[in-house]
Write a protein that binds this ligand. Sequence first.
Ligand code: HEM
Ligand code: HEM
Length: 176
Amino acid sequence: MFGAPAASRYDPFARLLHWLVVLLLIAQYIVAWTMPGIHRGTKPVGLIVVHLDLGAFIIAVMIVRVLWRIVRKEPGPAEGTPLTRGIAYLTHGLLYLLLIVQPVLGWVNASSRGWQVTLFGANLPSLAPTGSALGHALGDAHRLLAWVMLVLIGLHVAAALYHHFLLRDGVLRRMA
Ligand code: HEM
Ligand code: HEM
């Protein structure tokens, strides 16, 4: 049956935040993979600045999203077997975690390169001293986690489409 009862849908602001983050991530991955390669001594200009600004904005949106989820007590994953609900909880939890950890790792790496990260033009604090070896290593983790997150997103989208087209249980409408 299509169409979940209104009560079990995510509220409009939660839905707005979900789709805003989807759009921001699409833009962020495109920018990340088009920006010039980053090496020792690279100057933060052009698309690299766009990557840093978009990333800082994603952190800000995610902080609002996590707070909103706590305040509103979101419905959480839809009905299902304990196993599929467990998988949904796990995937959603990991996505929330990665959406915070991933940009923060990028920020630490940017700081270790001596780059100033800004949010709407306001300077954000440096998270690592310039030249920090840990900050450098976390740049590798940042590049790796981008792939981990993409795999999880792929699973999540596949599950959403499976619900919509095969199970036809209205799960997609909860977020649409
Ligand atoms: C969810 C948000 C983010 C995603 C999905 C993301 C994704 C990526 C990806 C895919 C790369 C690798 C690009 C390549 O292989 O050439 C990368 C590199 C990088 N990102 Fe991000 N990024 C995010 C947020 C941020 C933020 C917030 C910052 C800093 C404020 C940042 C700073 C960097 C830096 C400095 C690199 C180069 C790392 C290195 O090669 O050592 N990123 N990012
Ligand atoms: C960048 C890609 C995406 C990310 C990071 C993402 C992340 C999330 C997260 C964290 C939740 C849990 C929300 C909560 O309980 O507070 C969620 C729920 C949901 N997402 Fe996504 N999502 C993405 C793309 C999509 C797409 C493309 C679709 C549809 C094809 C989709 C459909 C849904 C649905 C239907 C739910 C509610 C599932 C339920 O609770 O029963 N998402 N998403």
